[in-house]
Design a protein. Structure first.
Length: 256
């Protein structure tokens, strides 16, 4: 028996990184997984490999959401779960951030999450779960990623409000708040065919050894296991909460 047997789950931004690992794990656990992304080639290949369905979905576009949800309902007749995982990161000091860049990050990270809940929740006619991907930076500041941090704080606010509003329809809404995780977002060398990902991961482990109590960067598979917990019945009495997964980074500072 899988933890998600027969459940229909949409994972956005699932062509690579954390979303990819969520799609893989959820499929292993018996879900009908819908891999949604703008990276069509990678998303289609993954969907084929794990026996999922691929849909092109730019999370910042309401029309894309309507079409994606329509096609999933047509294929399966139901939607049970959503993982709002798609996100983008831009580095800039606040005073140097062009408005267009600020709005682009808001449009994907914040509006994308809002549109996902707005479009998918009404289709969850038999209850369901929503997992929103926030961040460590939803709970604290971090220099040079002010736009990103603002959107992730907003994702947490949206999560809490949605949990209150959707509880009566048996839809649970939670957020995950990863620290640094070894995906192309934190480790762009993973996208470089010339680079050895084991080498770049080792370099990141060394960097985070100094910053993070558990002494290394996190793995996307670890985040996927948290998303699974919040999507399956193991978390049946939990809603409206942020779940930090950061190797202890947010616990405080150490002086010894
Ligand atoms: P990633 O860059 O490897 O993957 C992001 C995925 O989102 C990609 O497949 C990308 O194509 C997709 N995407 C981007 N814009 C999209 C759009 N408009 N519509 C649909 N898909 C889109 O990064 P990741 O680390 O796997 O990030 C996953 C989530 O985790 C993001 O929300 C990110 O903000 C969050 N997060 C990541 C870290 C980290 O250290 N990697 C830490 C905290 C939070």
């Amino acid at each position: 028996m899988g933890k998600l047997d027969g459940r229909v789950v949409i994972v956005t931004g699932a062509a690579r990184g954390q979303g990819e690992q969520e799609a893989r794990l959820f499929a292993e656990e018996g879900a009908e997984v819908v891999v949604a992304d703008v990276l069509d080639e990678q998303g289609e290949a993954l969907a084929k490999e794990v026996g999922a369905r691929y849909v092109h979905l730019d999370v910042s576009r309401e029309d894309d959401w309507r079409q994606a949800v329509g096609s999933v309902e047509e294929a399966y007749g139901r939607i049970d779960a959503l993982v709002n995982n798609a996100g983008i990161l831009r580095f800039n000091a606040l005073v140097d951030t062009p408005l267009a860049e600020f709005m682009q990050v808001v449009q994907v990270n914040q509006v994308g999450c809002f549109l996902g809940m707005k479009t998918v929740a009404p289709a969850m006619t038999e209850g369901g779960t929503i997992v929103n991907t926030a961040s460590y930076t939803a709970l604290t500041g971090m220099a040079a990623v002010g736009t990103y941090a603002a959107t992730k704080h907003a994702v947490l606010g949206l999560t809490r409000v949605a949990a209150l509003e959707l509880a009566g329809r048996r839809i649970r809404v939670n957020a995950i708040c990863p620290g640094a995780i070894d995906t192309p977002m934190s480790n762009p060398a993973r996208l470089d065919p010339q680079a050895d990902p084991r080498e770049t991961s080792r370099a990141l482990d060394e960097l985070y050894h100094k910053l993070v109590p558990l002494g290394r960067i996190g793995r996307p598979e670890e985040v996927a296991r948290l998303a699974l917990f919040l999507t399956c019945d193991d978390s049946s009495y939990i809603t409206g909460q942020p779940f930090v997964i950061d190797g202890g980074w947010l616990a405080g500072v150490s002086v010894i």
